[in-house]
Design a protein around this ligand. Structure first.
Ligand SMILES: *Cc1c(COP(=O)(O)O)cnc(C)c1O
Length: 219
């Protein structure tokens, strides 16, 4: 089996979904995968996402996987299927407002900071609990919270990566039990990239975001 077949098989065995991360890659590369049946593609820049969406088949489900500035939500709100990296109430409110203007409900994931590396992005558990308990949040009818997302530390130490994925899974369980027990939409754990997707799937990932393994390395 080649790497791609191993990837497909592990995703299938774990009942997970593949987000094909096509950032920096041309439309021809996307169409190659599309023609093999792939429909979910992920991008991390708004302009690139908008351009690709306009020129590729309309049955592609576009996922915004990167950090998103509130002021740019309006450009993707008409079509984006899922926004993975929601890390503030301000952003959530903006997504809600723009989704409403487009008469849509947009699926979102709450991003958690699980890596050792310093990063401005991502909640910790108590911040997310605060958000989900707030009255502001309860008014947001045009965002559907579908789960959590996180990125492990960039390291060769796979035991560390594993424990970070376990942490994200435990956050998912905690929020599920407190806020989403009756809510079937809250079911996604978006974790795992080219270098660590096998561990992520073993630790309960439901969505892996894979770029370089599918498309070759980026410059
Ligand atoms: C680029 C990117 C990926 C994919 O990374 P690869 O290592 O190329 O698989 C996954 N998630 C996010 C948020 C990314 O920006």
């Amino acid at each position: 089996m080649n790497e791609f077949e191993v990837l497909e098989r592990s995703i299938h065995e774990h009942n997970a979904q593949l987000v094909a991360v096509s950032k920096t890659k041309p439309n021809t590369a996307i169409m190659d995968l599309y023609n093999q049946g792939q429909r979910i593609f992920g991008e991390n820049r708004v302009q690139e996402l908008v351009d690709k969406q306009a020129s590729l088949p309309t049955d592609i489900e576009w996922h915004m996987i990167g950090h998103l500035q509130s002021k740019k939500v309006k450009y993707i709100a008409p079509f984006v299927q899922m926004i993975h990296a929601v890390d503030s109430l301000k952003l959530l409110k903006e997504i809600n407002k723009r989704a409403q203007q487009n008469d849509r409900v947009i699926d979102v994931l709450l991003q958690f900071h699980i890596a050792e590396e310093e990063s401005k992005f991502g909640f910790d558990l108590s911040e997310a609990e605060q958000l989900l308990s707030s009255t502001d949040f309860k008014d947001l009818k045009h965002c559907r919270i579908c789960g959590v997302m996180g990125m492990a530390t960039f390291t060769q130490d796979m035991s560390q990566v594993k424990s970070e994925f376990q942490k994200l899974k435990s956050y998912f369980e905690a929020l599920k039990n407190q806020y989403f027990l009756e809510n079937e939409a809250f079911k996604e754990i978006s974790m795992g990239m080219s270098g660590d997707y096998k561990i992520a799937l073993e630790e309960g990932s439901t969505m892996v975001r894979i770029g370089s393994l599918l498309f070759g390395s980026r410059n």
